[in-house]
Design a protein around this ligand. Structure first.
Ligand code: GLN
Length: 225
């Protein structure tokens, strides 16, 4: 069975774990904290958090080099917010703080904190034609902005005309936080792209999103993002 890893060094790890537990058999999910953990996984979630801290912790744990190598070799990755920053090939200056070194993997140019600081965090519907006509609840927390996309990377998620999600094969990246809402469609679409057998018996349709009023608010004080 394919094992899905969740990078558990910093950031919104519990939220991704909860989203994945709703979709996967329990034994299919494992935390990745050191190089030996990485060897066991056939797919990896890179959570949101603080990209500079994540990059530093990847170096300190010895994960940086083997992870960059696995991503270059085609490891399926689901990268959100700070995770997306880490897999971007290019960062555009202008975030106001020193940028992290990135793992690379996605031919995109990203500006960190592209909408501003915490006060400019917001929720907005996102259009993702590949998962269906119904909009996806986008939670943008000190979100990065995708400034350029280079083929074969494909834009797949849109806020109005703006690209807020991209994919290349099973490497998916989003500027928002799909794990902070209750909509399982994006995690499910990612798993379906490389290990559909894991979803058997637990289709997203079986776990409908709760009514709008019960959605979680944008967290106001996420640990230094
Ligand atoms: N602004 C953060 C960074 O640059 C990302 C924010 C997030 O992951 N919610 O790392």
């Amino acid at each position: 069975m394919t094992t899905i890893g969740l990078l558990a060094l910093q950031g919104d790890v519990p939220e991704h774990a909860a989203a994945l537990r709703r979709l996967l058999p329990p034994e299919a999910l494992t935390a990745v904290r050191r190089p030996a953990d990485l060897e066991r996984v056939g797919g990896l979630v890179l959570p949101g958090g603080e990209s500079t801290t994540l990059a530093r912790l990847l170096r300190e744990t010895g994960l940086f080099v083997p992870l960059a190598r696995r991503i270059a070799g085609g490891l399926p990755v689901f990268a959100t917010c700070a995770g997306l920053i880490l897999v971007a090939e290019n960062l555009s200056a202008g975030s106001g703080t020193p940028d992290p070194e990135t793992l690379g993997g996605l031919g995109i140019t990203v500006r960190r904190n592209g909408y501003g600081g915490q006060a400019e965090s917001f929720e907005a519907p996102v259009r993702i034609p590949e998962i269906g006509p119904e909009s996806f609840p986008g939670v943008f927390v000190r979100a990065p902005r995708i400034l350029a996309v280079t083929a074969p990377v494909r834009p797949i998620a849109f806020r109005g005309e703006e690209v807020v999600g991209v994919a290349r094969g099973s490497l998916f990246g989003f500027t928002f936080h799909p794990e902070l809402g209750a909509d399982p469609r994006l995690h499910a679409a990612w798993v379906a792209s490389f290990a559909p057998e894991l979803l058997r018996g637990k289709s997203p349709a079986a776990t409908p999103a709760p009514p709008k009023g019960r959605r979680r608010p944008v967290p106001r004080t996420p640990a230094r993002r």
